[in-house]
Design a protein around this ligand. Sequence first.
Ligand SMILES: Nc1ncnc2c1ncn2[C@@H]1O[C@H](COP(=O)(O)OP(=O)(O)OP(=O)(O)O)[C@@H](O)[C@H]1O
Ligand SMILES: [Mg+2]
Length: 293
Amino acid sequence: MNKVTDEAHVIEHPFLNISHIDMVFPTDNGGFTALKEVDLQIKKGEFISLIGHSGCGKSTVLNIVAGLYQATTGGILLKNKEVNEPGPERAVVFQNHSLLPWLTAYQNVELAVKQVFAKTMSKGEMKEWIEYNLKLVHMDHAMHKRPDEISGGMKQRVGIARALAMQPEVLLMDEPFGALDALTRAHMQDSLMEIQNELNNTVIMITHDVDEAVLLSDRIVMMTNGPEATIGEILDVNLERPRSRLSLAKDIEYNRLRSEVLTFLYEKQRKVENITSKKTTVKPQSTQSVKEA
Ligand SMILES: Nc1ncnc2c1ncn2[C@@H]1O[C@H](COP(=O)(O)OP(=O)(O)OP(=O)(O)O)[C@@H](O)[C@H]1O
Ligand SMILES: [Mg+2]
C-alpha cells in the first residue's frame, strides 16, 4: 500500500488533475470544511474507485470534477484545461439518478445522445444507438416509461445508459450500482469493464462495495472521515485484465487487496458512532459493503 505522500503516484502529465482542492460549504454556523487538500493525478484510461465512509466527501469530489461545484481553493485540470462547468466529455451517473421526470427512459437518453452526436449521426443511427444502450442495461422492455413508472434500480440503469451513450472521455459514477440486485449488478460491472477496455475512458467511480472496488479498479483511493476529509491511502490494483469474479475469489492477491481496504475502513477510519449501535457482521464476499459495517 502506498501513502499519498509516496512518490509512487506522481504522474508527470496527468490527463485529469485534481489539484490541491479544499471545499468549504457556507452554513448557518459559518464555513464547513468538507474537503482539505485533496490532490490526485489520473492517467488517461485509468479506472479509479473512491471509497470512504458515508458523509466523508466523495460526492463533493465528483461534483467538483463534473464542474457542478467550484472548489474553494485548488481546481480541476482536464488535459491541462481548467474545468469550471459541466461538459459532455464528462458524463455523470448521479447517486440519486436524476432523470427528467417528464421524459421517458428513451427520451432521457435521447437528450444526451443528441447533445453529443446530433452532427455526426443520422436520426436512424441515433435511434439504434439509444436502443442499444438501453438494451445493455436491460431496460429495452420499459424504455417508453417515465421515471415515476419505474423502480429506483431501473431509474439508475437508465442513468447509466444515458452516461454510456455519450461515450464520454471521463465517466463519473456516484454509486452507480447501489440500488441494483446482485445479478444485474454483476452484469453491469462486467459490461462496464468491457466498455472501458474498448473505449479506454477514464473512470472515477464512488462505491461502498469493497469487492466491486477491487474487481474494477486500477487504483482505489481511500478517503479519511470528514470534516476536512482528504485522501488517506491509495491502493494499486495490479490484477491482470480481463478479470473474472469467479477466478479472483480464490486469488491470493485479490484477497490481500480486499483486506487492505477493509483494514483502512474498519480499523484506521472506523466510524465511532457505528460501533456502539451495531455489531459488525461479515457478509459473503460479493455483498460486503461499507454501509453495512
Ligand atoms: N451543499 C452543502 N452544504 C453544506 N454541507 C454540505 C453540502 N454538500 C455536502 N455537504 C457536507 O459535506 C460532507 C460531504 O458530503 P458528501 O455528500 O460529499 O459525502 P459522501 O461521501 O458522498 O457521502 P455518502 O456516501 O453518504 O453519499 C457532508 O458532511 C455533508 O453534510
Ligand atoms: Mg455521496
